[in-house]
Write a protein that binds this ligand. Structure first.
Ligand SMILES: Nc1ncnc2c1ncn2[C@@H]1O[C@H](COP(=O)(O)OP(=O)(O)OP(=O)(O)O)[C@@H](O)[C@H]1O
Ligand SMILES: [Mg+2]
Length: 223
């Protein structure tokens, strides 16, 4: 009997929880629907705005064609008159289709414009491979992994302040080293400079005695 009552109670409790959750889901759904509808509404309104103007243009053309036909009725061929008037009437839908097709195509091709921008206009990194890399590989660079930073200064862009302001540090090969500091103190920037994701403004980083600014980026980042 107790189990039966307990089951009934939990059933009711679950139903109650569901009815509570239903309201919160419903209001979340409604607010998202309202946002989506507001965009759809704007699009429909713009469509109508365009349609009114296009229809006006087309009516003017039909009116012109009709006037032309009336004035030259006696000299014109009947078939030609029919063609002119029906073509003018068809213009409304054709013009609307053409405008919509062009704007649709323009917005869909935006992705290509963005790609072209990335391919042509983004500043490039320094050389990925260099002549001198082969000699380094033959020498088995990096052997020890001794990292030496000498007066290292770095900024993210020309017009920004220095983020690393003259770092002098030597980390011996095989040594474990931790970098600590408050947020924004430049811990990640140190790694950016080490892998030349951002080039140093001044100073040098030497890895096993080799200035990394003279090494090809591919070799540097792989080793
Ligand atoms: N891409 C960037 N462009 C411009 N400034 C940047 C960029 N990344 C970081 N900074 C600036 O460089 C400074 C150092 O940031 P960095 O990310 O190196 O700090 P952090 O010590 O790694 O901080 P956290 O502990 O939060 O990771 C900060 O003042 C930050 O605002
Ligand atoms: Mg960081």
């Amino acid at each position: 009997m107790t189990v039966f009552i307990l089951c009934r109670f939990t059933d009711r409790l679950i139903l109650f929880m569901i009815s509570l959750a239903r309201h919160s889901f419903k209001s979340a759904f409604n607010s998202k629907l309202a946002v989506s509808t507001s965009f759809a509404w704007s699009k429909t309104a713009l469509d109508q705005w365009l349609l009114i103007r296009l229809t006006f243009v087309c009516c003017s053309v039909v009116f012109g064609a009709a006037l032309f036909v009336v004035f030259y009725a006696e000299t014109l061929n009947v078939a030609l008159v029919g063609t002119v008037v029906s073509s003018a009437l068809n213009l409304t839908s054709e013009l609307r289709f053409a405008v919509r097709f062009t704007t649709d195509m323009e917005s869909k091709l935006n992705g290509f414009v963005r790609l072209e921008e990335y391919a042509r206009d983004l500043p490039r990194e320094k050389a990925y491979e260099k002549e001198s890399d082969r000699a380094l590989v033959n020498r088995g660079w990096v052997k020890e992994g001794r990292v030496e930073m000498r007066g290292l200064k770095m900024r993210y862009r020309e017009d920004l302040d220095l983020v690393l302001k003259g770092v002098d540090v030597v980390i011996e090969g095989g040594e474990k080293c931790g970098v600590v500091g408050r947020t924004g103190s430049g811990k990640s920037s140190l790694m950016m400079a080490l892998f030349r994701i951002v080039e140093a403004s001044e100073g040098r980083i030497l890895v096993d005695g080799e200035d990394i600014s003279t090494v090809g980026l591919d070799l540097l980042r792989r080793r």
